[in-house]
Write a protein that binds this ligand. Structure first.
Ligand SMILES: *Cc1c(COP(=O)(O)O)cnc(C)c1O
Length: 420
């Protein structure tokens, strides 16, 4: 396998190719093939961008048809059939059945673009600067979004320019299971001397992906929404990683019955791994002046075509979400057994997650790395998350076959046994 050019020319900023230093050629659903013809089961799935698998045939066909017809690929933010179909399908299959009424902003194509747009919209709408986010939250690395991202590695990469406009509060469980961290938020809001600038918005992940699969309790999320409503603060749910079915519902906040004021989606939104993001906002919040927030790549038509195909294929009824929940239960049970096995061997591991967004916290990053490296040797692509990389995280395609899921879990078990 030739890797010299890649190693020589690509900046040291590269990350995933360090964990998986092979050259991939092909992929189909949950399987990747490298240049030597070796196959891998993919429990990383483009960091959660491939919920419907690699090269999903239904989605790919829709894209090929659109291209064969000379459909508009780039249009700035002009209108196209691709965009109209996308908005209609989103309204009919996703928003209306869930009783949600949102306007849609198409920002630049990445997650952090959507977060930037969301927090700026909140500021414009409320006339306040502060955005509350939570410990271990990850919302992207452009300056505005970075001000709401906890991870020190990213925060230190600004060359000393301070990130401003955000305040961190403890996420659910941060102070141990007996402390409701929202008591602190409520107290600060009611204390004129508490030092917290009344925020325009709170931004939250219902399950923290990069932060280590930390799961906010349903009651905690409901209370957070209540506090926001009572204090005229907007609630932004960053569903970039947990959305698009990952937790077993299209939106992760459906589990708690929330109605966020603003929602961000990206990662799996295109359904095909294409760069694409949108911001959903309650219609009355749409205070933007024309072009006040812009970008050249706003609404990538090819991604809207694939996103539409994904919604039509998987979200016309609840068959798919029930299947995700079923597979989530399989992973949960197996991860609990694996956590038990680790614990019996002196590593007090725990399992957590929601739907197919699950992890095993093995307490330290070194052990987690050993497990994922061993897994890679044995043909499984799986990554870690958490502040110290201590959580082995399963983000397999939601469409993975039961056989591949079992095989991936078997490899993980063998890897854990090899490490303990
Ligand atoms: C990945 C992620 C982002 C950032 O998305 P990018 O496309 O990497 O900019 C923001 N929020 C959450 C919750 C994410 O998981």
């Amino acid at each position: 396998m030739q890797t010299q050019t890649l190693e020589r020319m690509e900046s040291g900023v590269r990350t995933y190719s360090r964990s998986f230093p092979v050259v991939f050629t092909k992929a189909q659903n949950a399987r990747l093939t490298d240049e030597d013809g070796r196959e891998y089961i993919d429990f990383l799935a483009g960091a959660g961008t491939l919920n419907y698998g690699h090269n999903n045939p239904h989605i790919k066909q829709a894209m090929l048809d659109y291209l064969s017809d000379d459909g508009i690929v780039h249009a700035l933010d002009m209108w196209s059939v691709g965009k109209r179909d996308y908005l209609e399908t989103l309204e009919e299959l996703i928003l209306k059945p869930r009783g949600l009424d949102y306007k849609i902003q198409l920002p630049g194509p990445t997650g952090t673009n959507a977060v930037e747009a969301a927090i700026r919209l909140a500021r414009v709408a409320k006339g306040r600067h502060n955005i509350v986010s939570f410990t271990n939250g990850f919302h992207g690395v452009t300056m505005g979004a970075l001000a709401t991202t906890g991870n020190r590695k990213f925060r230190e990469a600004t060359g000393g320019v301070p990130t401003v406009g955000g305040s961190f509060l403890p996420y659910d469980g941060y102070m141990g299971e007996h402390t409701d961290t929202l008591d602190y938020f409520e107290k600060l809001l009611n204390d004129k001397s508490g030092g917290l600038d009344v925020p325009a918005a709170v931004i939250v992940e219902t399950v923290q992906g990069e932060g280590g699969i930390n799961v906010a309790g349903i009651e905690w999320l409901k209370r957070l929404e209540k506090i926001c409503r009572a204090n005229d603060i907007l609630l932004i749910v960053d569903d970039i990683q947990a959305g698009c079915g990952r937790t077993g519902k299209f939106f992760s906040f459906e589990h708690a019955g929330l109605t966020p004021d603003i929602v961000t989606n990206s990662k799996s939104l295109s359904g095909f791994g294409l760069p694409f993001a949108h911001v959903l906002m309650r219609p009355e919040l749409d205070k933007w002046k024309p072009g006040q927030y812009n970008g050249t790549f706003r609404g990538f038509n090819l991604a809207m075509v694939t996103a539409t195909a994904a919604m039509k294929k998987y979200w016309s009824d609840d068959t798919f979400e029930r299947d995700v929940q079923r597979k989530g239960a399989i992973v949960e049970e197996r991860f609990q057994q694996l956590a038990g096995l680790l614990s019996e061997n002196g590593i007090p591991a725990t399992e957590r997650g929601r739907g197919l967004m699950r992890g095993i916290d093995v307490v330290n990053g070194e052990i987690a790395d050993k497990i994922t490296s061993k897994a890679f040797e044995k043909g499984l692509i799986i990554e870690t998350s958490g502040q110290d990389g201590e959580v082995v995280k399963c983000l397999c395609p939601l469409t993975i076959s039961d056989e591949d899921l079992q095989e991936g879990l078997d490899i993980l078990e063998a890897s854990i046994k090899a490490v303990i």
